[in-house]
Design a binder for this molecule. Structure first.
Ligand code: B4P
Length: 338
């Protein structure tokens, strides 16, 4: 299937899936919160408190089994609860395959807070804690290009590792439509003036560690081999910086590093993560943060949580669940015109 076929009827198919009752849509309201030189969006969705529970996957055991790579381990993996295999056919948008044979299914998010939120899932089970492969990146970017050509803009994100905010261990990237020129932190990245166009950079006004790469402006119309090379090189360079940031961090949790990825037509952002949730000091309540938080889109499930976020400050929350920005180990620092 072509990427454009996934995009073309998405709104109609979203409504069909919703009407069938197989896709659950949770209404929400958005509060804009100016912080760190940009307007963050805090989405309040009380209805999510009634989201049906999904059996928690045994992440530790799955990682251990993947390390063993025996037939028995593979069988055990398959037997565990995996919402993407087998997937719900009512949520199925199509299949994608790249020239090297890597296969994917595209599914609507079953628990949608924004319309047309969909997932790119590896057909065979792969670990969510594994890095993005060139084929993952190319498929994701091709979806963004198809959206752009159809006049529908999306951005992609990937929650990698136990502390990243991911809840499902089967490898999947997610896509959310962008209403305007956002998401918010992408707006900041776009306004950055770079001394060296082909080097990773960070934004001085953001207190948390993050690493961004700007793609050449002609990338969407470049030959496939150039797209693959650019995306893969960018990812590896940014991942190196994530590992380097983590090595400099004190008290980083043991185990595989966790990080978030945000992919737009113009940039790739990687954000190292220390922990998946923020604990409000006054109440001890927690707030889960995934890649969307670092895109500038936080999700809260009650008015109290919204007030608590406003009082704690978005920058403090993102710094606490990520790592403190250490500019001297970064290759480049941008100056922004905001
Ligand atoms: P993960 O990477 O594992 O985790 P997540 O997006 O943080 O979602 P989580 O499941 O932790 O939900 P949460 O209450 O925090 O992604 C797994 C994805 O698979 C999720 O999108 C999940 O809904 C989806 N899924 C699970 N079972 C499925 C099935 N059987 N078939 C198809 N898809 C399935 O957040 C609730 C929802 O709000 C999530 O969808 C989340 O992505 C979304 N969300 C979070 N912040 C948001 C924001 N600021 N704006 C809009 N949406 C937001």
């Amino acid at each position: 299937m072509a990427h454009s076929d996934i995009i073309c009827c998405i709104s109609k198919r979203f409504e069909q899936a919703r009407e069938s009752g197989n896709l659950l849509f949770f209404p929400s309201t958005v509060t804009k919160l100016p912080a760190l030189g940009v307007e963050f969006q805090i989405r309040l969705c009380p209805a999510l408190q009634k989201k049906p529970p999904i059996p928690p996957p045994d992440l530790g055991a799955i990682e251990a089994d993947a390390g063993i790579k025996s037939d028995r381990a593979e069988q055990r993996e398959k037997e565990r609860h995996d919402p993407f295999c087998p997937y719900d056919p009512h949520l199925h948008l199509g299949d994608l395959q790249d020239q090297d044979g890597a296969e994917y299914v595209v599914l609507f998010n079953k628990f949608s807070v924004v319309p047309n939120h969909f997932l790119l899932v590896t057909k065979e089970f792969q670990l969510q804690s594994s890095p993005l492969m060139p084929s993952d990146l190319v498929q994701a970017y091709s979806i963004l290009i198809a959206g752009q050509k159809a006049g529908q803009r999306y951005f992609g994100f990937y929650n990698c590792g136990e502390q990243s905010g991911a809840s499902q261990p089967h490898k999947h990237l997610q896509f959310i439509p962008i209403e305007d020129d956002g998401p918010p932190t992408e707006r900041l990245a776009r306004s950055a003036h770079l001394e060296m166009a082909d080097k990773p950079f960070s934004l001085p006004q953001l207190p948390y560690a993050h690493h961004i790469f700007r793609f050449p402006s002609n990338l969407p119309s470049s030959p496939p081999a150039k797209i693959e090379h650019t995306l893969s090189t960018a990812f590896l360079n940014l991942l190196d910086l994530v590992f380097s940031t983590i090595r400099h961090a004190t008290e980083y949790p043991p185990g595989k590093p966790s990080y978030n990825v945000i992919l737009t037509i113009d940039h790739m952002h990687l954000i190292p993560r220390r922990t998946h949730e923020y604990t409000f000091p006054e109440t001890g309540e927690t707030l889960s943060v995934n890649a969307l938080g670092y895109a500038g889109l936080l999700l809260v499930k009650s008015e109290e949580q919204l007030k608590a976020v406003q009082s704690a400050g978005v920058g403090n929350i993102l710094e606490a669940v990520g790592l403190t920005s250490v500019h001297e180990i970064q290759l480049g620092e941008a100056t922004t015109e905001v």
